[in-house]
Design a protein around this ligand. Structure first.
Ligand code: 58G
Length: 231
């Protein structure tokens, strides 16, 4: 997969894609990143990328031109899946992350200031929000999307593709996990996990996932019940 990120602050992005599993994914050629600073595509002499809002009001608005010219400079931009990060987008979730795996090339556009010229929305395929809160820029939202998608690319997490057991993957939260020591400050690991009885362990884990989801996320639990009924 190829991921191009349009940002005014590329220095926010490099440390993340150069760490941990994302770095390994780059080294193994699972993904390639291209970061473009669209200030470089500003046509005016002070290289500005924002201006005052028509109709008045406080703050500055991101202009469409630098983003437009930056997009045109990207090889194959027409066929790429173009995403704008904004609090006004559709709320992101695991199923959306899964569906982004279908694209060979994703372009993420990160805005700054108080908002952008509405015509920028005409340049993209969709608008995504990572949750109901406002950030100073789209970079952190873009990184959340990048991280959640790249970890599911074939081979990135290793041969077992362990994300299959993740929270949300099957509409349920994860089961409780433990490692050594067996007793810590009087807190014990559940006996069933030490039994070596795989069928019992599997049953216990499913029961815990269902119970956790019911208690912590009644909204997810409702969907789980519905999807079970329709099976
Ligand atoms: C209102 C305020 C409209 C994504 C700011 C547009 C981006 C939150 C998210 C903006 C973002 C999210 C300017 C800064 C978009 C622009 C950017 N805030 N919840 N802020 O995914």
């Amino acid at each position: 997969m190829k991921i191009t990120i349009l940002s005014l602050f590329p220095e926010m992005i490099s440390p993340i894609i150069n760490s941990s599993i994302l770095k390994r994914a780059v080294n193994n050629n699972n993904v390639t990143f291209d970061i473009i600073n669209y200030r470089d595509f500003s046509q005016n002499k002070h290289h500005t990328v924002d201006d005052t809002p028509y109709g008045g009001g406080p703050g500055m608005v991101l202009s469409i031109e630098p983003i437009y010219h930056a997009l045109l400079s990207i090889e194959g931009y027409k066929d790429a899946h173009k995403i704008l990060l904004s609090p006004q987008g559709k709320t992101y979730h695991q199923d959306k992350a899964k569906s982004l795996l279908q694209y060979d090339h994703i372009i993420l556009i990160c805005g700054h200031y108080e908002g952008f010229d509405d015509r920028i929305r005409k340049l993209v395929d969709e608008e995504i929000s990572i949750g109901d809160y406002v950030l100073t820029g789209g970079e952190i939202a873009a990184m959340a999307i990048v991280d959640s998608v790249v970890r599911m690319l074939p081979g990135v997490l290793g041969k077992e593709d362990s994300y299959i057991n993740d929270s949300f993957y099957n509409g349920l939260l994860d089961y409780p996990q433990y490692t050594k020591p067996r007793v810590f400050e009087g807190m014990e690991v559940p006996d069933v996990l030490l039994s070596g009885h795989h069928k019992n362990i599997e049953e216990w884990r499913l029961k815990e996932r269902i119970n956790r989801t019911k208690v912590r996320r009644p909204d997810l639990y409702e969907n789980y019940l519905k999807s079970k009924k329709s099976q």
